[in-house]
Design a protein around this ligand. Sequence first.
Ligand SMILES: [Zn+2]
Length: 176
Amino acid sequence: MVGEIRDQETAQIAINSALTGHLVFTTVHANNVTDVIGRFINMGVEPYNFVSALNCIMAQRLVRVICESCKKQVHYSPEVLKESGLDPAEWADVIFYEGTGCLECSGSGFRGRSAITELLDLSDHIREMIINRRPTSEIKRVAREEGMSFLRDSGLAKIRAGVTTLREINKVTFLD
Ligand SMILES: [Zn+2]
C-alpha cells in the first residue's frame, strides 16, 4: 500500500514494486479516472512505464444521503431536468426525493453519506491509447464503448434508487 502518490520518486517506487510482481494499491488526488493518467504524466513518469504496471483506476466521491425521517417525493420541471442533462421523457417515471429537514438531520435534509464510483479497466486498447498520448476525450469514448460507467452514471443510479438528490449529484459531478 502506498499512501498517496504526489511526486515522481514515489510514483517510480510504486511502479517498480508492481513490475516486480507485487500487488500495489495507491491513491492519487484527481477529479476522475482519466485525470489520473495526466497526473502521472505531469509527474514526469513515462506512459509506457506506468501503463505496464497499472491494472485499473477507480475514482470515488461521497454524496450526502437523504434523511429517512423527512424524505419527501419531489417533482422537477422538464426545464430543470434538461439543465441537468437528463432527457425529460426518459426520466418522466422516476420518482425524485429530497429531505425537507427535521430534528433527526438538524434541518439539513441529509443524514450519512454514500460513495459513487467509476472504474477504468486498462484494456489493451486503453493502454495503447495512453502510450500514444491520445486525448482524454478519446480515452473516455473508448472506455464507454467497452462498457465503463462514469461517476455521473453512478450518481444518477443513486437518484433512481432514492438515495440522494439531483442537486447533490450536480454538485459533485460534471456534465460532459
Ligand atoms: Zn431529516
